[in-house]
Design a protein around this ligand. Structure first.
Ligand SMILES: Cc1cc2nc3c(=O)[nH]c(=O)nc-3n(C[C@H](O)[C@H](O)[C@H](O)COP(=O)(O)OP(=O)(O)OC[C@H]3O[C@@H](n4cnc5c(N)ncnc54)[C@H](O)[C@@H]3O)c2cc1C
Length: 350
């Protein structure tokens, strides 16, 4: 595994993708600096709900409809990675997810499609669904899958950074700029939706998608499955809930909009009537490619610069898969199905 010994890598961006990639490369023997100009979690990764949700992302998000095999394989990367982190498997909540459709026909149609991804998925009656989630007012029967997991972004970032430091990585509290070469052989750009510090042919492939999410610290299910309905999800977090999320394509400002907050509050309270008290709204910016899958691999403009960005609304889920592709490409190994799907050159070929 130590075949990157002697390689000096600078990773720009300490969100989910940069942090997992930095740790993975360190474990392959590289000397790694992880640089960020912002504080821990002051990015999309810190704001996210942390769902590792191959089943319902493929079922509910049209852009991800064909990506189930990739998303499901990526989720398995978390089982291994969590094992190697402080706090280990307690970082992962395997309670699954529940979906309430807009009507009965929608429920049956989605149940049929979900069964192709997850033969164990099932329709639960309202009372059964309510038994899984404290305070839930089920609007009718719900569709359940145990395939979807969740992690807590703040705790997971902290665990990743702790492991990175303990294992010999170094942090730089600064922005990486176009003069990045200072001592490094390779630059990994995990800069999320921010402008890449180096002009590359792939720069124009990423578009921002603004997302609002509400954090309830003292109300909400606290544990159990993520509960989804058209246009909203309620993710249990310790002692409360996160209610998300808007998808505002083309927007990269982090201004909190009262209208977006009101819509999320109302949708969340439809499912959990106790979600009416005070909440903390947050905004994060996702970066998206035209096909919804990330860019992971060397840039076509400079073979020493690797891209690790564009995971849209599944950056937590895909982070270990992105990191594995970068590590394989640097080690000269086959990067498999993830490598082909995330190849930064795939848009030029079409
Ligand atoms: C509301 C919301 C909910 C979400 N929910 C989920 C979810 O449930 N599950 C899931 O998988 N995904 C979810 N996502 C998507 C996920 O958050 C992103 O895909 C993921 O966080 C992207 O991680 P990243 O590391 O690429 O980028 P970021 O987390 O944005 O990190 C990029 C970092 O790069 C730093 N940076 C930028 N430029 C430079 C520079 N020049 N030098 C140094 N540092 C730099 C920034 O300061 C930042 O810290 C959600 C997103 C939002 C907004």
């Amino acid at each position: 595994m130590n075949d990157l010994q002697g390689l000096r890598v600078l990773v720009a961006g300490a969100g989910a993708v940069g942090s997992v990639t930095a740790l993975t490369l360190l474990r392959c023997g590289a000397s790694v600096h992880l640089a960020d100009r912002a504080s821990r979690g002051d990015n999309a990764s810190g704001v996210a709900a942390g769902m590792l949700a191959p089943a319902f992302e493929a079922l509910l998000d049209p852009v991800s409809a064909e990506h189930f095999p990739i998303l499901a394989a990526a989720r398995m990367g978390w089982a291994d990675l969590a094992d190697s982190l402080p706090a280990g498997q307690t970082l992962i909540d395997r309670s699954g997810a529940l979906y309430f459709a807009k009507d009965d026909a929608d429920l049956r149609r989605r149940a049929e499609r979900l069964a192709a991804f997850d033969p164990s998925s099932e329709i639960l009656g309202a009372a059964q669904a309510q038994a899984l989630s404290a305070g839930l007012r089920a609007p009718g029967p719900g569709l359940f899958s145990a395939l979807d997991w969740r992690l807590e972004p703040g705790a997971t970032l902290a665990a990743l950074h702790k492991a990175f430091l303990q294992e010999g990585g170094a942090f730089l509290a600064q922005a990486v700029d176009r003069q990045w070469r200072n001592g490094a052989d390779v630059l990994v750009l995990a800069t999320g939706a921010d402008a890449m510090p180096v002009e590359l042919p792939e720069s124009g492939l990423l578009t921002p998608i603004k997302g609002h999410i509400l954090r309830f610290e003292k109300a909400g299910p606290g544990r159990g499955p993520v509960v989804r309905a058209p246009g909203v999800y309620v993710a249990p977090v310790s002692g409360g809930a996160a209610v998300g999320a808007t998808m505002q394509a083309g927007r990269s400002d982090r201004e909190i909009e009262a209208g977006a907050v009101a819509e999320l509050r109302e949708a969340g309270a439809q499912l959990f009537p106790q979600l009416i008290g005070s909440s903390r709204p947050q905004v994060g910016i996702r970066a998206a490619t035209p096909d919804g899958l990330p860019l992971a691999g060397p840039s076509g403009g400079d073979a020493r610069i690797f891209l690790a960005a564009g995971a849209r609304r599944n950056g937590w889920l895909l982070a270990p898969a992105i990191a594995d592709v970068i590590a394989a490409r640097l080690r000269g190994l086959e990067s498999g199905a993830f490598g082909a799907a995330f190849d930064p050159g795939r848009f030029a070929i079409r």
